[in-house]
Design a protein around this ligand. Sequence first.
Ligand code: AMP
Length: 189
Amino acid sequence: MILILLGPPGAGKGTQCERLVERYNIVQLSTGDMLRAAVAAGTDMGIKAKEVMDRGDLVSDEIVVGIIADRLDEPDCANGCILDGFPRTVAQAEALDQMLADKGLKLDHVVSIEVDEQALFARIEKRAAETGGARSDDNAETLKKRLGVYHEQTAPIIPHYRNTGLLKTVDGMQEIGKVSESLYAILDE
Ligand code: AMP
């Protein structure tokens, strides 16, 4: 099963991914996690990405498309994966379509987690407190920027998937367990 989870920063994609990974025995491919690992490792790509990520902007399409193309070839993806935080632009969505076609794979589900954006500020503050500020982009100022980028660059991919008939939505303002159940109902269909 190949699944895309969409939603603004703080919508709960990461939390839900953990549950889906276990239930469906698939892997989570988070471009954000992979970029943070590159930053921590101090690679050339990580050094360049850090500045962009700290600003709340998007890393170039070319970099993230390359990361995902390589990662999809790894043996642990054989049973499927959840794309978390990718695609984030129309160009990435188009590159993904092409990449999956080239690899003989197909997308099974695209689910958008819908949330009240005012609530996101409190959530991100909570995540920053719980993780001891591990993410340098978890603060109100950068979140505002990340939300703006989400609306400008990522939300336009929603019609792309609506046109394919794959798009479903879940209410991300429910309690965590209920959001999971809504997701299971879609994925178990
Ligand atoms: P996330 O953990 O998904 O919130 O991503 C954190 C940051 O990593 C984003 O604000 C971007 O700077 C960068 N990033 C993650 N995924 C992508 C992507 N698909 N395209 C471009 N930049 C990304």
